[in-house]
Design a protein around this ligand. Sequence first.
Ligand SMILES: *Cc1c(COP(=O)(O)O)cnc(C)c1O
Length: 371
Amino acid sequence: MLPISFLDLEKEQVRYKTALELAFQTILRKTNYINGDEVRSFEKSLSEKFNTPFVLGCGNGTDAIYIALLALNLPKDAEIIVPSFTYAASAEPVLQAGLTPVFVDVDPRSYCIDISDLKSKITSKTKAIIVVHLFGQAVDLQSIPFIAKEHNLHLIEDNAQSLGSKVLVDDELKYTGTIGDIGTNSFFPSKNLGGFGDGGALFFRKEEHYQRAKMIASHGQSQKYIHDIVGINSRLDTLQAALLSVKLPYLDVVLQKRKENAQFYFEHLQHIDSIELPEVPHYSEHSFNQFTIRLKNNRRDVFQLYLNQKGIPSMVYYKIPLHHQKAFSGLKKVTLPRTEKLCEEVISIPVHPCLDQEQLYYIVDQISKFE
Ligand SMILES: *Cc1c(COP(=O)(O)O)cnc(C)c1O
């Protein structure tokens, strides 16, 4: 059996090791651990790379969503539309902010928010939509911004899993996270731009939202020791910013590798009837943070056992939809058939940028032999 890991952070480090150590030593020497210049320069690099005017670093991707919601200054009875097929962190901050999540179904091919279900769930209380670019797949943003505008809704893009993905808007491919009012990002180690601990960032189109978010993330301070509102403490560490600055220039190379691995799977797995491969729609450029397939006819769990026996790691994102989680049980009951079905059928196989040819061939070979 060939050793394969689901993620290979050790192998990935090799590319940057010397530069990371140098950056680490610099911060140790400068001791500017909180709010160092490196944070501002990393924010500036993100702003340039992703062509987005205002960027704010923060503690993690979950805080980013919480800060985004507070920055929009919504009324207390606001309903926030969010898909149920996602990580809990997409919806948790809605409740933390004292607002009401309204779960909607997803499209079974893209795994992203279903536009007709979204439309049907808009009420007079709806104030924002959180779309989630899931697994590196961009949400179709050709019509959602118009729907948002028509109903006077804010648009938040949870871009935690898809930094570097692109989506067609007005006949132009743009980076996900830069189209809505606010885009939220995570530098959790397994994400496209993985840090060395927790970290996150917000992208804003309007300076007004940026200014308010900045205040919220820093104890509601408008100036040092002047607290205008109740905020939180959520900062990107100087050390994380310095280390992430080393990795950012290589993001495209790393994502290219993910896309090549995915392409390999498309070529070698498309003939297998029992497996449905992820959709790659014409309107987007997938970054394959995950390669998530579907096993029909209740075969997912048997397939996972089989992979285990062959030494191929896999993960199920997500087994329980958010609307079935105890933490969200206080909300109005909904039935979301496509989400519920996906939770029974999906499984993610390794697609990380450090897989080699031998490992890829081994994986498709074993999967092809699954009966
Ligand atoms: C990882 C993730 C988050 C939260 O990011 P953290 O940095 O771990 O707080 C939010 N939404 C989605 C979809 C995620 O996958």
